[in-house]
Design a protein around this ligand. Structure first.
Ligand SMILES: [Zn+2]
Length: 508
């Protein structure tokens, strides 16, 4: 395809950079007197523009990669971080745009390593344009798209197609994962080398799971040759069969087919053994069960290249939600509800609400507690949303027939703050690690830090800001989110990509 598999080549293909470069060029050609100061400073008539440059003042600047956590300023010039702390203001040109953070947290742009944007093929559910706006509203500056589109992202041409769509419509950086197997069918390996050359940063069959252990072993061996991490949706098809809800008390009580935790744990154990055998890093996506967390904890102690991801819905909700809101608040929601503002009515939903159906399913409170413990002790290093939009008409059917999946980009940061930071389980820097430096390291992308010269991707958020999530207000094309009417604490205020404010709360 004529594309060099280099980091600069990939970066040049992402929208925010190319878009802003286009903008620079337009301004440049409209301007006659600015050639000496191109590209940072452009004189147009008498006004002076600083493109992709911003001085953020008076923020609590947290950079988990360096351990920095101090009140101060941050300067971005020409899309790159130019100064942090005392010298930022001194180095800033007089005419630069200023954003007063007013004490809010200023951190490296958040990365969500697990989203489904449905392009190509299912743009009635979501597009890269609407998905990246939802990401920006949630405080995310980079996302990793899953390859289970239609057709699947299992060849270089489809990778290029998605990149071109992102160039035209994305508000934030869009990274792409390729399929492990052709058509995500689990039968023959996808061309892993040419996927890498086309720009994918990881491979996964997410939504599906490679059942053939020999094929998975070969995939790991190939991935190692191309220095690609392998992400896995852990699901043993024979054990899970046609389960729709966690196998336990509520599956029996509600008469729904069970999706047993062992169906995930068996594949987590398989992945640990194969990671040890091949030396390839395997990242287990959206972990839901306590035993999965324990398996990964023990494997990491032995130095095996394995890691895990958790989603906010799995460490917030439980399977009792499917018996309706009264059951949930009574059985498993007491601690959550105590943190809600006094007098706020408890959110309510009916029995069999399909917005609580996802894969893997919501599990018991013991599983939820172990996920939180795993996040707190560092066993689980990454938080991802598994943002999975579906049309209303698809979700508005009997529980058995509804597709798995919920949207999550706009509630992810707030739910994580609620369950991990406001409960004292993690400090803010430790929580932000799971959204910044850890996913950047897994995906080997040059993001997630505030180093001088790093991309000027910044998230500004208030960890205490109260607000209420309304699914009708979402930027996503789909509304299949279970947290409708939930009081939240903590919210993104501005999302900055390469020095450009791509979304700002006060301008909504
Ligand atoms: Zn999945």
């Amino acid at each position: 395809m004529g594309i060099e598999p280099t980091w600069p080549a990939w970066k040049a293909g992402t929208l925010p950079l190319s878009y802003t470069r286009k903008m620079v060029r337009e301004l440049y050609f409209r301007t006659l007197s600015c050639q000496s100061c191109f590209p940072v400073r452009l004189q147009h008539n008498t006004a002076i523009f600083y493109v992709n440059s911003l001085l953020i003042t008076d923020g609590r600047i947290i950079d988990p990669a360096s351990g920095a956590d101090a009140r101060g300023d941050l300067l971005i010039l020409d899309g790159k971080i130019a100064a942090v702390g005392g010298e930022a203001r001194a180095k800033a040109p007089a005419e630069i745009q200023i954003f007063n953070a007013n004490g809010a947290v200023v951190c490296p742009g958040l990365i969500d390593s697990h989203v489904h944007f449905r392009e190509p093929g299912q743009s009635a559910k979501e597009t890269i344009g609407t998905g990246t706006l939802a990401a920006a509203r949630g405080g995310f500056t980079s996302v990793l798209c899953m390859p289970n589109t239609s057709p699947a992202i299992d060849n270089a041409a489809t990778v290029v197609l998605v990149r071109e769509k992102a160039e035209k419509s994305a508000l934030v950086n869009v990274f792409i994962s390729g399929a492990i197997t052709q058509g995500i069918a689990g039968e023959a390996l996808a061309p892993i080398g040419s996927l890498k050359n086309a720009g994918v940063v990881a491979i996964t069959d997410d939504g599906h799971c490679v059942q053939n252990n020999e094929l998975m072993r070969r995939a790991l061996e190939y991935a190692r040759m191309f220095d690609l991490p392998v992400l896995d949706h852990c699901q043993d098809y024979n054990l899970v069969s046609d389960g729709v809800i966690h196998e336990g008390y509520y599956s029996t009580q509600l008469g729904l087919r069970g999706w047993p935790a062992i169906g995930e744990e068996v594949i987590v154990a398989r992945n640990i053994l194969l990671a040890e055998l091949t030396g390839t890093h395997v990242h287990c996506q959206h972990l839901s069960s306590a035993q999965s967390v324990r398996l990964i904890r023990r494997a990491k102690e032995r130095g095996i290249p394995i890691s895990g991801e958790a989603c906010p819905h799995h460490f917030t909700l439980t399977d009792s939600s499917i018996a309706g809101s009264d059951s949930f608040w009574e059985a498993d929601g007491e601690i959550l509800s105590r943190a809600f503002p006094k007098g706020h009515p408890l959110p309510s939903w009916p029995l069999f609400d399909t917005n609580f159906k996802m894969n893997p399913p919501l599990r018991s409170h013991n599983d939820r507690d172990e996920l939180i413990q795993g996040l707190a002790d560092g066993t689980i290093e990454i938080i991802g949303s598994d943002h999975a939009p579906h049309c209303d008409f698809q979700k508005e059917v009997e529980f058995d027939y509804a597709p798995f999946g919920i949207t999550g980009l706009e509630t992810e940061l707030s739910l994580s703050l609620a369950q991990l930071y406001h409960t004292g389980k993690l400090t803010l820097p430790k929580l932000l690690e799971k959204f910044t430096v850890n996913p950047a390291r897994l995906l080997r992308i040059e993001k997630g830090t505030l180093d001088i010269g790093a991309d000027g991707d910044i998230t500004i958020f208030d960890p205490d800001r109260p607000w209420v999530y309304r699914r009708g207000d979402t930027a996503s094309k789909s509304t299949n989110c279970p947290f409708d009417g939930w009081p939240m604490r903590g919210k993104a205020l501005a999302t900055i990509v390469s020095g450009k404010i791509v979304w700002q709360e006060s301008k909504e």
